[in-house]
Each structure stands twice: as C-alpha cells, then as structure tokens.
Design a protein around this ligand. Structure first.
Ligand SMILES: NC(=O)c1ccc[n+]([C@@H]2O[C@H](COP(=O)([O-])OP(=O)(O)OC[C@H]3O[C@@H](n4cnc5c(N)ncnc54)[C@H](O)[C@@H]3O)[C@@H](O)[C@H]2O)c1
Length: 263
C-alpha cells in the first residue's frame, strides 16, 4: 500500500480500478475532488494506475484484493479508513464476463462468475455499509450492473443472471440501508471497449465461429447515439451518482447505453 498526503476531501473506493471502466471512474472521481482508493486483484496493473494518479497529482492509495473474498473486502475498507478516516463512496465495480452456450456451462465456471459478480457485491456492500453506518453523512454504494441486468442475452446467460442479481441486490440493500443514510444505486453500461469486451469478442469467435470484431459490430451497430460507449460515458453517470446532486436518488439501476435497452 502506498500513501499520499491527507486532506478533508470525501473518500471513494473503487473495486477493480486498475483498468477498464473502474479506472475511468476512479480518474473521474479524483478529478471531482475525491481522495481515491484504487483497488484490484492485479498488483502489476494497480502499480501502473497508481503511477498515473501520482503523475496527475491525485491523492490516492492502493489496495490489492479479491472481491470474492469476504476478508479482503473488509480489509479494503480497513485500509481506506486507516489512510483517510472515512469512506463516502464505495463502487462495486469489479466484475467478470462469461460467454458460452448455456448447455456447456460447467460448475467451475458457475462458481467463478458468481463468486466475483455476486459474492463480490454482497461482501463489498456489507464491508462498506458497516463503515458507513458509523458516519454521520449521506454515503453512497454504487454497483456495476449492465444492460445484461435488464435484458437476458444468448451466450451470456450466466453473466446476465449475475447482473440481474446485482440489480435485485441494489433494490433490497437500498431499502435496508436507507435507515443509515446510505444510498444504493447502480450504473448499467451498454457496450464499452475495455479488456472485457476484447474477451467477449474472442469468445464469440471460439464458440460461434464469428469473425474477429463481428460480435462487437453486431452489439454496437444499432446504438441510437451512433457510437459505442466510452469508459468516460460510464464515469459521467457514476460521478453524478456519487455527487450531492444525487442525494435524493436510491434503489435505481440506471442505463447508460446510448440507447440500446429501454426500461
Ligand atoms: N465493458 C462493458 O461494456 C461493460 C458493460 C456493462 C457492464 N460492465 C461491468 O462493468 C464492470 C467493469 O467492466 P470492465 O469492462 O472495465 O472489465 P475489465 O475486465 O476490463 O476490468 C475489470 C477490472 O477488475 C479487476 N478484477 C477482476 N476480478 C477481480 C476480483 N476478483 N477482485 C478484484 N478485482 C478484480 C480486473 O483485474 C480489471 O482491472 C464489470 O462489473 C462489468 O461487468 C462492463
């Protein structure tokens, strides 16, 4: 763990923030003035992300951990509080995809994906809420859902099921945690070009005989705003949900997909 200087700014913890959407979210929250806890299972990528934050002058620490391990999630909060004294925003961002025909899904794959996407969110929410309960401010838990939390896709049955679970947990935990002034919402991205989508595309090549980038094209061609999502589009929504302007919003799972899924 590395440390920077202290201030009185609010504190945001973002899981899986060494790369992809999590890194864009962490960067945006740092720009918004948050002190940031960068977290990831990949220590190497976390070091690179920390170097970028230091270069930009953002106040941050790093914590290596696996969201699917309850002890790691509680240690993440412990490290955040040790460094910064509080946790105002906790983003359950880390997630993994699963792309294969339903009939071929094995128990190992079921465990892998449910461990990260479901257990990770449950443990992260429990750890964050235990800390937030002790604080006297409005605090925020913000979950990574997906268009796949609203629509169930072929070849993405397991992933879609876990994101539907995230949507359900967002609703239930918003109800249970309201008494502690904790708001719980979720962002539901569409199709953004991150390492995750490179793997999704490769899986369509493997399982469906697609050409490289064919799945990407099929998923992105009908987007109403006329382009795929940028990680910054997702970060814009999370920035809003983390801000005081969203204090009257809880239990919502908001689509940011350029016009793909209509709810
Ligand atoms: N990219 C998209 O188009 C898209 C769309 C909808 C939803 N999402 C969701 O947004 C979130 C981020 O997606 P992404 O595209 O940036 O994914 P990504 O795979 O590009 O990045 C995920 C990050 O999380 C880390 N991570 C993975 N497992 C972890 C674990 N067990 N513990 C801690 N860190 C872990 C990875 O090392 C990586 O840095 C995920 O929950 C994903 O399901 C992404």
């Amino acid at each position: 763990m590395t440390r920077s200087t202290k201030s009185n700014a609010k504190v945001a913890v973002i899981t899986g923030s060494a790369g992809g959407l999590g890194n864009a979210i962490a960067t945006r929250l740092a720009k918004d003035g948050f002190r940031v806890v960068l977290h990831d299972i990949s220590e190497d990528n976390l070091k690179k992300a920390k170097a970028e934050f230091d270069k930009a002058g953002y106040e941050s620490i790093t914590v290596v951990g696996d969201v699917s391990k309850r002890a790691d999630q509680f240690r993440l909060i412990e490290e955040a509080v040790k460094a910064f004294g509080q946790v105002d925003v906790f983003v359950n961002n880390a997630g993994v995809e699963s792309v294969e025909p339903f009939l071929e899904i094995e128990e190992k794959e079921l465990d892998r994906v449910m461990n990260v996407n479901i257990k990770g969110v449950v443990f992260g929410t429990q750890a964050a809420a235990e800390q937030m309960k002790k604080q006297n401010n409005v605090s925020k838990i913000i979950n990574a859902c997906s268009i796949a939390g609203h629509e169930s896709y072929e070849m993405l049955s397991l992933y879609s099921a876990t994101k539907h679970a995230v949507r359900s947990f967002t609703h239930s935990t918003a109800k249970e945690l309201a008494q502690y002034n904790i708001r719980v919402n979720a962002y539901c991205p569409g199709v953004a070009d991150t390492p995750m989508w490179e793997r999704i595309d490769a899986a369509f090549v493997k399982h469906k005989g697609y050409a490289p980038k064919q799945a990407w094209k099929e998923f992105t061609q009908g987007i109403l705003v006329g382009r795929p999502e940028e990680p910054e589009d997702v970060a814009n929504l999370v920035s809003f949900l983390a801000s005081d302007d969203a204090n009257y919003i809880t239990g919502q799972t908001i689509l940011t997909d350029g016009g793909m899924v209509f709810r």
